[in-house]
Write a protein that binds this ligand. Structure first.
Ligand code: ZN
Length: 371
């Protein structure tokens, strides 16, 4: 809204002052206004640059953090894949050892059991079936050797079993450690992902904020240009502007919540020029005409919301914005103190209030000098 007023003033000055009267005076006045508005425009541009710079830096920092997080997550995934490959290899080794053990057991254990059930001392009975004494003697000599070889096999098997068992324990420990790492990585990854999503949302929010700001600014500029053209077209011959001193009554019975001039914008946190005075009041509070005059506008006006513009006929106009209901119509002749609207929060407004402006020759002026 304030920007609109600033731009309104600029457009007004660019459109030029009346060509009537003393040409030299008019030219000097025109140059003075042009200089003032150029300064205002430069200030506005600086404010935008100040907003755009930190926003871009923050966006860049956020994007870098997102990239760093993605890189770290990728590195963690690689580490996990390596650990899983290692686990798979160890498990394969264990499987091979177990297969070997199973095969050895299948071959050796039945024979060992047989030997255990049939001690060598009693084997002579079985050996009676030998064809001759020589064979019997040969078998009798071989028996202890056979028994010793099987006993050695058993010992080897037991060694292999304990070896494989140790390996199994090592693999189990490794598996537990890897499972723990896996859990930690999953937790870390989830954290990074959540952070990334937050950052992505923050970036998105920032982008939307900037878009909204740009759209609002563009809209206000368009509104201002249109309202300036409108006032110039409806308030008679600008050459006749010769506003008298003061004499305005208060437009509302309510406390002032924001004065005229430069101020910190409540939402954007940057300095903006406020072209009017804000009065805080509830919805429906009556708004009064501060002077007698003609209604040159009574309708919705973009960022201004429901707006009434009164023309005193001497170059002084007053504007009443963000109204809820409009009680007058364009062309009405109004007496000072007449109710013309009620307080609302229409247009670019964050709560019910009256935005009241006094303009001299279209340029916003501190209303307090006239109240
Ligand atoms: Zn305001």
């Amino acid at each position: 809204m304030v920007w609109a007023i600033v731009v309104l003033g600029l457009i007004w000055s660019l459109l030029g002052l009346p060509a009537t009267g003393d040409p030299l005076d008019n030219l000097q006045e025109y140059q003075r206004l042009l200089k003032t508005q150029q300064e205002l425009l430069n200030y506005q541009k600086q404010q935008l640059d100040r907003l755009a710079g930190p926003a871009a830096n923050r966006l860049s920092a956020l994007q870098q953090r997102v990239q760093a997080t993605a890189a770290q997550t990728a590195a963690n995934r690689q580490k996990l894949a390596q650990a899983q490959a290692q686990l798979t290899a160890v498990e394969q080794q264990l499987q091979a050892a177990e297969s070997k053990l199973a095969a050895q057991q299948q071959v050796t254990v039945p024979r060992l059991r047989y030997l255990q059930r049939h001690p060598p001392e009693r084997w002579w009975i079985a050996l009676l079936s030998s064809r001759d004494v020589e064979e019997w003697a040969r078998r009798r000599r071989q028996l202890p050797r056979l028994y010793d070889r099987d006993r050695q096999l058993l010992q080897q098997l037991q060694t292999t079993v304990s070896l494989v068992e140790r390996q199994r324990q090592q693999v189990a420990i490794a598996r537990n450690e890897l499972a723990l790492i896996d859990q930690q990585l999953a937790h870390q990854k989830a954290g990074y992902e959540a952070e990334s999503q937050d950052q992505q949302r923050a970036v998105e929010r920032l982008r939307r904020d900037r878009q909204s700001l740009e759209l609002a600014e563009q809209r206000l500029q368009e509104d201002s240009q249109a309202i300036t053209r409108y006032i110039l077209g409806r308030s008679g011959n600008p050459a006749a502007f010769a506003p008298g001193p003061g004499g305005l009554i208060y437009p509302i019975v309510a406390p002032i919540s924001s004065g005229f001039g430069w101020r910190i914008h409540p939402i954007l946190g940057t300095q903006r020029f406020h072209g009017g005075v804000d009065f805080a009041a509830d919805y429906g509070t009556p708004i009064y005409a501060t002077h007698a005059g003609t209604v040159i506008y009574a309708d919705w006006y973009g960022g201004f919301g429901n707006t009434v513009i009164l023309d005193r006929g001497d170059g002084l106009t007053t504007l009443y914005a963000h109204a809820e209901d409009l009680l007058v119509r364009e062309g009405d002749t109004i007496q000072a103190g007449q109710a013309i609207a009620t307080v609302g929060s229409t247009g670019f407004s964050t709560g019910p209030h009256l935005h009241f402006e006094v303009r001299i020759g279209g340029e916003p002026t501190d209303p307090m000098a006239y109240l």
